[in-house]
Design a protein around this ligand. Structure first.
Ligand SMILES: Nc1ncnc2c1ncn2[C@@H]1O[C@H](COP(=O)(O)OP(=O)(O)OP(=O)(O)O)[C@@H](O)[C@H]1O
Ligand SMILES: [Mg+2]
Length: 333
């Protein structure tokens, strides 16, 4: 309710007292009263007193709730600041991710360039050498072709990564209403996780029990980041050992249920309760604890979805994300 001086509220208050008297039912409402230096929030309770069916009078109680309101405002401000602070963290993660993803193909291309250089040297040395036959020349050419063929997929992977990252970067500057399919989501996740999985000897298995063209609503880039973080957590939970990570998708009610399962060490009991609602990490300086905390608030706030997990120490962990695929339930991302 808009804040005004008490004098302006006099008529309104009298009519509420009158209503309470007539209906013999207590009425309560909140009022922000601001006049000069006076600035307070009240919960006003208007209670008619009735005895033997006779109206005796009205008790009007002004409960000062200024502190409670300020407390709520502070929590909201803190939340907004936290969301804002997440931007540089995510941007940092994104840049780290790009560097990491591009490093492997660049190293492979550099290796192929070395191989090609040796062959070019060999070719040059053979000029004018009568002992080098046409067949030898063809052999050198075909070895060169092998290196060129090896370079090609790395180039196209780098170009895919750049396109995916362009999309991710756009998400820092825009807040748009978007939709995407399950297929697009899975392709992006697989692409961005490819080298991370290989590097740590993990395999991602997908089990898709929905139509891949099922549409979901919101910003695909936020969701890709959330899955990446969950998958990276699973990879890290295997601690370098070979591991299987299962990503399954199925429909349930008017929603899509994703599950990411690992058979690694499980989540320690003492952090389970706090995990999604606070920043908790067991990774010391290598972790921030921001991953799951932000994922949870994004799934709820931006996707109108749910996120939870099941985990047993020594057995493994499954993270669940449930998203509405019903347009009526969507929230604008
Ligand atoms: N699959 C998992 N298996 C075992 N523990 C996990 C798993 N996923 C998360 N955890 C635990 O939850 C903690 C919090 O995860 P979260 O992703 O929020 O932060 P982090 O991974 O520690 O740091 P960051 O995401 O910044 O790298 C982790 O430190 C780890 O202890
Ligand atoms: Mg993490």
């Amino acid at each position: 309710m808009k804040g005004t001086g008490l004098a302006n509220e006099y008529d309104a208050l009298v009519s509420i007292i009158e209503n309470a008297r007539e209906s013999r039912v207590p009425i309560s409402f909140e009022k922000h009263i601001k006049e000069g230096d006076f600035d307070k929030h009240f919960r006003i309770e208007v209670t008619p007193i009735v005895s033997n069916n006779n109206y005796i009078g009205t008790i009007i109680l002004f409960k000062d709730i200024t502190e409670n309101i300020r407390h709520i405002e502070t929590i909201e401000e803190k939340h907004a600041i936290m969301m804002e602070q997440e931007r540089p963290a995510s941007l940092g993660q994104l840049i780290g991710g790009i560097a990491h993803n591009l490093n492997t193909p660049i190293m492979s291309i550099a290796g192929a360039v070395e191989g090609l250089r040796d062959l070019v040297d060999e070719y040059e040395e053979s000029i004018g050498d009568d002992s080098v036959t046409d067949d030898d020349h063809h052999e050198i050419a075909s070895e060169m072709r092998v290196w060129l063929e090896k370079i090609k997929p790395h180039c196209s992977y780098m170009s895919d990564i750049i396109n995916a990252v362009k999309g991710q970067a756009r998400h820092f500057n825009q807040s748009v209403e978007l939709s995407f399919t399950v297929d697009e989501l899975l392709k992006r996740i697989e692409l961005l996780m490819k080298y991370e999985l290989i590097r740590y000897n993990c395999t991602l298995k997908t089990f898709i029990n929905v139509d891949r063209n099922t549409e979901l609503y919101g910003d695909i880039n936020s969701l890709v980041q959330i899955f990446d973080n969950i998958i990276i957590n699973a990879i890290q939970a295997y601690e370098g050992k070979n591991g299987i990570i299962e990503l399954s998708v199925k429909s349930s009610d008017s929603s899509i249920l994703f599950a990411v399962r690992d058979y690694a060490k499980g989540i320690p009991k003492n952090i389970k309760d706090k995990l999604l609602k606070e920043m908790v990490t067991t990774k010391g300086k290598d972790g921030t604890g921001l991953g799951l905390f932000m994922s949870y608030s994004t799934i709820r706030g931006r996707f109108n979805g749910k996120m939870w997990f099941e985990s047993e120490e020594g057995k493994g962990t499954t993270f669940f994300i449930q998203l509405p695929n019903d347009k009526l339930n969507k929230i604008h991302a």
